[in-house]
Design a protein around this ligand. Sequence first.
Ligand code: HAM
Length: 426
Amino acid sequence: MSEFSKVAGLTGMKDTLPPETAHWQRFEAIVRGWLAAYGYQNVRIPVLEHTRLFARGIGEVTDIVEKEMYSFVDRLNDERLTMRPEFTAGIVRSAIEHNFLYDRPRRIYAMGPVFRHERPQRGRYRQFHQVDVEALGFPGPDVDAELIIMLARLWRLLGLQDIRLELNSLGQPPERAAHREALVRHLEAHLDILDDEARRRMHSNPLRVLDTKNPAMQAMADSAPRLFDFLGAESLAHYEGLCVRLQDAGIRWTLNPRLVRGLDYYNLTVFEWVTDRLGAQGTVCGGGRYDGLFELLGGKPAPAVGFAIGIERLLDLWLQSQAAEPTPECQVYMVHQGDAGQRQAAQLAEQLRDAGLAVVVHAGSGGFKSQFRRADASGACVAVVIADDELERGQATVKWLRAADAPDQQETIAFGRLAEQLQQRI
Ligand code: HAM
């Protein structure tokens, strides 16, 4: 017994271990290929940014900024810093800082961890991962459609079904201002049934009041003026332009006039892909247009649109839809006896790796029985034995661990031909 107590990981922050990591890697490889097929290039930005970037970019009265950010003061220089709760604000900051966009529009993506201090449950973590895709400098609606069409392709590539698309348009700031006035009047007329949170948000962020889960406020929310009805001709034309392109691609959607998203930078197109198969946290992807964000963050105005996929949720869905095959640690497991056997096995293993095979040499002590148990557990299809007899004859004993790989199960192969033989047959 150790005299030290264990240190546990943090609530809401998951460890991902084999074999699950193999699914992550497979998913990431598919995603990189899919993004390359549409000309999207990878960017990598820091996890830490100035707190004011997110406060200004995402909006002071959003849930994320009000209560979910991991923020702290850097003791060394008193700067207020935040661990990114999303990618978009950081990507826009980076594009402005490096003049990355103004010569020509850009299609880019980033992947990695983001942090939100939410109440953990299935599909909701405090550290989670996103694939974030942004089309910078495009006014749309052609690129809005491109993003949604490419997502439909990803779902096909992964064999996912039961994901539906919800779409809305948030219009432009003057349209939102007119709607907001009407909405505040509506809320004021129902003051008696508003809960504390709604009263607090009624003037700061009235749209979010309509997102309420409070059953007593549902009827009030349902009868509230709809932003969609306040859209002018240009905003409607943008929305129609998106819709015809989705129709061309055979993509179905529902218009959800209540879809407002949890971040304040959006205008015109907003969308979410939702499934019923994940319980309460069924949104696997969300995004939209944010034409005002470049200017808001001190850059030259530039239109932009993007989305982020929640990787944990998508993998949960993906693994439900297919039999998850265990991924072997290696193809060949080297079993040996004595010091000379171990050294010969290590040398042969290097030759096998030169031939492109994945090889594990048994490390440490152990008799044949326990070494073969390890070989089985590794998932290897073949064990190569180097013991005294083998050393004497210069031939390895090759044992096929799964009958389907080779029906006659065991044979001997000269050291010099081992790499070539196994490479051909594995
Ligand atoms: P978001 O809707 O806040 O959008 O997050 C995108 C996705 O991340 C969600 O649809 C969900 O799948 C996943 N997600 C969010 N919170 C959690 C959590 N606590 N645990 C697990 N997964 C979660 C954005 O972040 C925007 N930046 C998307 C965007 C990019 N809009 C324009 N460009």
